[in-house]
Design a protein around this ligand. Sequence first.
Ligand code: GLN
Length: 447
Amino acid sequence: MITSTEKLKLIKTGKLSAEQNIKNFLEKIEKDDKKGKKINAFIQLNPNALLEAKEVDNKLKKGKPTGKLAGLAIAIKSNINVKGLNASCASKTLENYKAGYNAEVVEKIRKEDGIIIGMANMDEFACGSSGETSAFGIIKNPASLDRIPGGSSSGSAACVAADFCDISLGSDTGGSIRNPASHCGVVGMKPGYGSVSRYGLIDLSMSLDQIGPIAKSVEDIDLIFNVIKGKDKRDATTRDINDKPRKLDKIVIGAVKVSADKKIQDLIDKKIKEVCKKRGWKTQEVSIEHIDLGIQTYYPICYVEFFSGTRKFDGRRYGKKIEESCGKEVLRRILGGAEICQSEFSDRYYKKALDAKKLLENEFENAFRKVNCIIFPTVPRLPHKFGEKISFEDMYNYDTLTVLANIAEIPAISIPAGLLEGVPVGLQIMCGRGEDLLMLEISKEFE
Ligand code: GLN
């Protein structure tokens, strides 16, 4: 599969037209998204995609300057607003909700001549880790058709893995970009908190959410991250990141003990050894004392903030009343969130979780005083097969190793590390606050 960075060169030099690029993808989608392999990665395609591509070709023909994403096909998760397309969050609640404006990231992509090819399928309201909770049907894993693709940005990862687009955007609150990227064998990045504007994202949990890219290579991630990153006056949490060029000759990789399937851990350790040998980098053990508290910290925060955020879906302003139109997992979180944020319980759950968040943030910050990055598996186990019964606790435990970066507000990325039983396994790299670009540079060595 050709990377988007290589593709971009073909388009810019006239060897491939933007229109042809979009046409090729539409053909593949036609063949295998709803028919054939039935990946079901898209909820809606952009009816203007070919037209928009022609405009890019016209600019190229006339020798006018074109943007950094000229003619590339970008898929967008269905919880990010693209004007005129459905931001349904894969729910019945917002089934017919048409976005009235563009998210900041979409605006930036369009400014650089990227073509929005369609709205990707996902777990309902981004609640889930398997792609099985969408109101528009399950999403398949193109790398292993009988297994779940991971979630909640399931369609965003699947459409890259199936080569239905060049790059996609997802959202990651507790792992939703990295988890499906890991299971589908593609690269997925959660930027640090505040590195990318969330203006126009339908939130799951405001203090943890980030928008980020999924692509076929780290270079592609780098390409689009540099387009979407940066301060936005419409998202007060955005901040600038460290963009000084960094020397990569003396990287120290932090090794942290985590609980994961032994075969997965071995695969990651092998990869770290290889890169250390090749680059002369070192590893050093670091301890994050409360690393096992991730899930207990994440869920109270997520439940309470989700409950609060969903109060606007009251059936009057947007779509249907959420409690009357949503699936089981969304309802669990609304009811649970309502319960634990009652004033009599607030000290016991939400406030405690915020204290634990602070604790973990500090522990990671201390670790990054000693090492440049921390590496461990993205997901501690292989994705289950469709039809396998799995408890909601087990579903939550898919995220034990990804929620940490959201809690600590740091950048994290999942890169394919190899196959196990024929199923892709992802390696996760995390760096300190504001070090998104250093993380990408380190990541390139692991591809
Ligand atoms: N799987 C996690 C959840 O269900 C993370 C979701 C996400 O990152 N959007 O909450």
